[in-house]
Design a protein around this ligand. Structure first.
Ligand code: BGC
Length: 810
C-alpha cells in the first residue's frame, strides 16, 4: 500500500466527529490519537534553536544552537541543513513529530522584538537559509513548520494588527522566502500568523492560504494556526486553516462537526484538511500502514560540536584595528574580562523560542579553559544589565510542593530554577489540575555576596513570599489591563522586598500560590516564578573597578548584552540602546586601555556610539550553549570569525529608514513598499549605516580575480591574500537600469562560500534564479521580466564591491 492509499483508507474509516476532533489540539502541543485507524498522537514543539518538548522546564533540556540571526550570519544553507538535522535528532529523542520552526518573517524594522528569531532583512538570504534548515529537519523525518505566514514582522498588538502591505512588497519581500522554501524544500507544515494582512486575519486568508500557498505554489502540507490564532469555525476552515492549536477549547472539534451538520461547512472541506493531517502523520511515521518519508534517520550528529561550530562561523568581526584580534597571549598575557554577560551570557532569546540547555559555556568559562599557562585573566562585572529581579537560579536549591485543598501533599518535586510553567497536561506525577489547590516553591538560598538581596514574584492570583522567616509579600496579583495575552498569562515581574543576607549563610525561601480555577481559560496552567536580584552596587564604583582592571591588563575584553526585557516575544523594542550603564562602561574601559575588544551579545542591532573608539568589535548574537567556547576559539585565533551581517546595522535608530512597529487605529501600514533594509537605506540616501549588509572581516584578506556571468550562473574566482586559511562569503548583487521602473538600486541575487589556504585561490559557482530579476506587476497580478542591461556585482559586502559585469536579459 502506498502512503497515499493508506491515507485514503484511514480517512474513509473516520466519522465526522473524529475528523473534526483530529483538526483540533487536544492540549497545548498534541493532536488526538485515533487507535482505530492506527494513528498516533502527533506531537509538536517549538524550535528554532532546540526542541523544548512538551514540558516547559529546565529539567527537560535540549541542545541549544545559536539563534536564527546567527545562523543567517553564516550565509551557509549547508550548515543550516546540518542544524536542521540535529534538531530532528533532538525531536526524535523527545518524541516530537513537528518542529514549530523556522521563522522566516523579515527584519522590516530594527525594533521588531523577535528580530533575533528571524534571519534577515533580505528575502533571498532568508529563503536560502530557511530552505536549508527545512531540508535538514525533514531529512531526519520530522516536519518543519515555516512560520509565521505572513507579514508577522513585529509584535505590537500582534493578535489584532492589520498589516497593510502593497502587493509588490508582499510578493517581492514577505511572501518570497515562503515561496522559495515551498519550492526548494517542500515543507510539511506552515503556521498561519496572528495578524491580519490587508484586512483579513491570516488564519482565514483564503487568497493567501488557498490560492497562493496551495494552488499557485503547490504546498501540500498542513496549515496550523499560531497558538490561539484561530478565531472562527467556518471562516478558518474555508480560509485554508487545517489545524487549530492549542486545545482543548478550539474553534474546531465539536464546533466544526456542528457547523457541518448545520450546513455552514461542506464535509468535503473537512476531508481535505483531515487528508493533509493524515499525510503529515504518514510522513513522520505516525500512521500505521504508511511507510514514513524517512525510514531510517541519518547518522547522529554531535550537538555540542555543532553548536560550537555554528557559533564561531556566525560571529561577525565588524572592526579590527591594529590587528588586535586574534589575541596573542604570548605577547599580551594579561587579559581583563569585563561585563555581567561575560559571566552569565545570554545564549538565546526569550518567548516561545526558549529552550533549556543542559549546560552553557559563558565567555568567562570559555576563556578560562582556553587560555594557555602564563596568562592571567581578571574579571569585573562593570555594570548591571537590569535592575529587575530574575527567576531564582544559582545559589538556590528549590522544590515544588503541590497540595490539595485539605493540605495533603500530592507531589514534592525538585525544581531546577525558581520558574514553574505547567501548561495543560504537563504536571508533576500524581497531580491533576482538578485536585491541585496550592503550589509552594520552597528551599534554601545561599548567597554569593553579602548585602540587601531583592526578592520578587511573577504570576497571577494569591501569592505569599517568605524569606528567612519574614513575609515579604502576601496579596493577590491581578492581571494587567492590556498587553499581549501571553504577558497577561504570566504576569509581570515584581520586586516585593529585600532581605539583608550574609555570603555563604543559607536562608529558607518560600513562594506559596493558591491556584485559580478559571474555567474560561483556554487551558489550565500553573505559571509562577520566585525571583531574585543580587545586592545593588554603586554603578560608578562598578565602572571604576572595571576600568582599573582594564588599565592593569594588556588587553581588555568587554562583553555587552541585551536582556530578556529587551529582546523577546510579545512586545517590540522602543530604542536600540544597550540597557543599563553599558555604554559608559565601554567608554571608561576604552579610555583605560587602547586594546579594548568589545563583544556584543545581542540577537539584533544595538547602537554602539563608542564603536570608533575601541580596537575591535565582534558581534556574537545569542550564541547558543557553547557560545563561550566558540568565543575563546575566535579571540585566540583557533577559528576565524566567519560571519557576515544578514541585516544592516544602523549607527542610530534615527538613521534607519523604516522603523514603525506600532499600529495606528489598528493598522500598520507598509507604505515603504518593497524598500526595507538596505533597499531602503539606498533609496533614502541619508547617513551611512554603522556597518553595511554583508559586512564581516574574518582574519584573512581576499582578492577577487574574475567574474563570469551567464543568465543562469555566475563564477567568481577569489584568492586568499592573507597569512591564514579562511572562508570567504562571495556575495552577488544585481543593479538594474535606473530609468525603467521604481526598483531598489541593487539587491542580493546569490552568494557562495570559498575556502582557501594562504596564497591559494578558489572558484565559487552561484546559480542565478530567474525570478530574482523579475518584478511583481501589480496591475497584471503576475511576475514580469524587466529588460536589462543589469549590472552583476561581486564583492565582500554591499559596500565593498570588487568586480562587476553587465548582463543583458530579454
Ligand atoms: C508563537 C509561535 C510559537 C507558538 C507556540 C506563539 O506565541 O508566535 O512562534 O510556535 O506560540 O509556542
Amino acid at each position: 500500500m502506498t502512503a497515499d492509499e493508506a491515507v485514503e483508507a484511514a480517512l474513509g474509516a473516520l466519522d465526522l466527529e473524529t475528523k473534526a476532533r483530529l483538526l483540533a489540539g487536544q492540549d497545548m502541543w498534541t493532536l488526538p490519537a485515533v487507535p482505530a485507524i492506527g494513528l498516533a498522537s502527533l506531537v509538536m514543539s517549538d524550535g528554532p534553536v532546540g526542541v523544548r518538548g512538551v514540558r516547559w522546564s529546565a529539567d527537560d533540556p535540549s541542545v541549544t544552537l545559536p539563534s536564527p540571526t546567527a545562523l543567517a550570519a553564516c550565509w551557509d544553507p549547508g550548515l543550516a541543513r546540518r542544524a536542521g538535522r540535529l534538531l530532528a535528532q533532538e525531536a526524535r529523542r523527545k518524541g516530537v513529530h513537528v518542529l514549530l520552526a523556522p521563522t522566516v518573517n523579515l527584519h522590516r524594522s530594527p525594533l521588531g522584538g523577535r528580530h533575533f528569531e528571524a534571519y534577515s532583512e533580505d528575502p533571498y538570504l532568508t529563503g536560502e537559509i530557511g530552505a536549508g534548515y527545512v531540508r535538514g529537519v525533514q531529512d531526519g523525518g520530522v516536519a518543519a513548520t515555516v512560520k509565521h505566514f505572513v507579514a508577522n514582522d513585529a509584535e505590537t498588538d500582534r493578535f489584532t494588527v492589520d498589516n497593510t502591505v502593497p502587493p509588490r512588497a508582499l510578493r517581492e519581500l514577505y511572501l518570497a522566502p515562503f515561496e522559495a522554501i515551498v519550492e526548494r524544500a517542500r515543507p510539511w507544515a506552515v503556521m498561519a500568523a496572528y495578524n491580519q494582512v490587508n484586512g483579513v486575519t491570516m488564519t482565514e486568508h483564503r487568497h493567501l492560504q488557498n490560492e497562493v500557498l496551495r494552488e499557485e505554489w503547490g504546498f501540500d502540507g498542513v496549515v496550523v494556526s499560531d497558538w490561539f490564532a484561530a478565531r472562527s469555525t467556518a471562516g478558518a476552515l474555508l480560509g485554508g486553516l487545517d489545524v487549530a492549536m492549542p486545545g482543548p477549547h478550539t474553534v474546531y472539534g465539536e464546533a466544526l462537526a456542528a457547523a457541518v451538520r448545520a450546513g455552514d461547512v461542506d464535509e468535503e472541506r473537512v476531508d481535505r484538511a483531515v487528508r493533509r493531517v493524515l499525510r503529515l502523520a504518514a510522513r513522520v511515521g505516525a500512521l500505521d500502514g504508511a511507510a514514513p518519508a524517512v525510514p531510517k534517520p541519518p547518522e547522529p550528529l554531535d550537538g555540542e560540536a555543532l553548536a560550537r561550530e555554528i557559533a564561531h562561523r556566525s560571529f561577525v568581526l565588524v572592526r579590527n584595528t591594529g590587528d588586535v584580534l586574534p589575541l596573542d597571549p604570548a605577547r599580551t598575557p594579561r587579559i581583563a574580562l569585563v561585563g555581567a554577560a561575560a559571566r552569565a551570557a545570554r545564549v538565546l532569546g526569550g518567548g516561545s523560542a526558549q529552550v533549556f540547555p543542559a549546560r552553557t559555556v559563558s565567555p568567562l568559562d570559555g576563556l578560562t579553559a582556553a587560555l594557555p599557562e602564563g596568562t592571567t585573566l581578571t574579571y569585573a562585572p562593570g555594570a548591571d544589565l537590569s535592575d529587575e529581579p530574575e527567576p531564582a537560579g544559582p545559589g538556590f536549591t528549590l522544590r515544588a510542593v503541590c497540595r490539595d485543598a485539605s493540605g495533603t501533599v500530592l507531589a514534592d518535586t525538585p525544581l531546577p530554577s525558581g520558574q514553574i510553567q505547567w501548561v495543560g497536561t504537563d504536571l508533576p506525577a500524581g497531580v491533576t489540575h482538578e485536585a491541585l489547590h496550592s503550589v509552594e516553591v520552597t528551599g534554601t538560598f545561599t548567597p554569593r555576596e553579602s548585602g540587601d538581596h531583592g526578592f520578587g514574584t511573577r504570576g497571577l492570583g494569591p501569592l505569599t513570599l517568605t524569606v528567612a522567616g519574614r513575609v515579604l509579600y502576601d496579596g493577590v496579583q491581578e492581571a494587567g489591563a492590556e498587553g499581549d495575552p501571553f504577558e497577561a498569562f504570566a504576569g509581570a515581574p515584581a520586586e516585593r522586598g529585600t532581605a539583608h543576607l550574609t555570603a555563604g549563610r543559607p536562608v529558607e525561601v518560600s513562594l506559596r500560590h493558591t491556584v485559580g480555577h478559571d474555567r474560561s481559560a483556554p487551558l489550565p496552567a500553573v505559571v509562577l516564578s520566585l525571583l531574585h536580584r543580587p545586592p545593588r552596587r554603586d554603578p560608578d564604583a562598578l565602572i571604576a573597578e572595571a576600568a582599573e582592571a582594564a588599565r592593569a591588563a594588556d588587553t581588555a575584553i568587554v562583553v555587552v548584552a541585551t536582556t530578556e526585557r529587551v529582546e523577546s516575544e510579545g512586545f517590540d523594542r522602543s530604542d536600540l540602546r544597550l540597557p543599563g550603564r553599558q555604554d559608559d562602561l565601554v567608554r571608561a574601559v576604552a579610555a583605560a586601555n587602547p586594546r579594548t575588544v568589545v563583544v556584543v551579545n545581542a540577537g539584533a542591532p544595538v547602537e554602539m556610539p563608542w564603536r570608533d573608539d575601541v580596537a575591535a568589535v565582534l558581534l556574537t548574537w545569542f550564541p547558543g550553549q557553547e557560545g563561550g567556547a566558540a568565543l575563546a576559539d575566535v579571540l585566540l585565533g583557533a577559528e576565524e570569525p566567519g560571519g557576515r551581517l544578514p541585516t544592516t546595522w544602523p549607527a542610530a535608530l534615527a538613521d534607519a529608514p523604516v522603523t514603525a512597529v506600532t499600529p495606528v487605529d489598528g493598522e500598520l501600514r507598509y507604505d515603504e513598499g518593497p524598500f526595507i533594509g538596505y533597499r531602503a537605506w539606498d533609496r533614502a540616501g541619508g547617513p551611512a549605516p554603522a556597518y553595511p549588509f554583508g559586512h564581516g572581516l574574518g582574519y584573512t584578506t581576499w582578492e577577487y580575480e574574475s567574474l563570469a556571468v551567464t543568465p543562469t550562473t555566475a563564477r567568481v574566482r577569489v584568492r586568499n591574500t592573507g597569512t591564514r586559511p579562511g572562508r570567504e562569503v562571495v556575495q552577488l548583487y544585481v543593479a538594474p537600469r535606473a530609468d525603467l521602473v521604481d526598483r531598489p538600486a541593487r539587491w542580493l541575487v546569490g552568494f557562495g562560500g570559498a575556502q582557501a589556504a594562504p596564497g591559494a585561490s578558489a572558484e565559487v559557482e552561484i546559480r542565478l534564479a530567474p525570478r530574482l530579476f523579475d518584478l511583481w506587476d501589480e496591475d497584471a497580478g503576475t511576475w514580469t521580466t524587466v529588460p536589462g542591461p543589469y549590472e552583476i556585482r561581486a564583492g565582500r559586502s554591499l559596500a565593498d564591491i570588487r568586480l562587476a559585469v553587465t548582463l543583458e536579459l530579454d
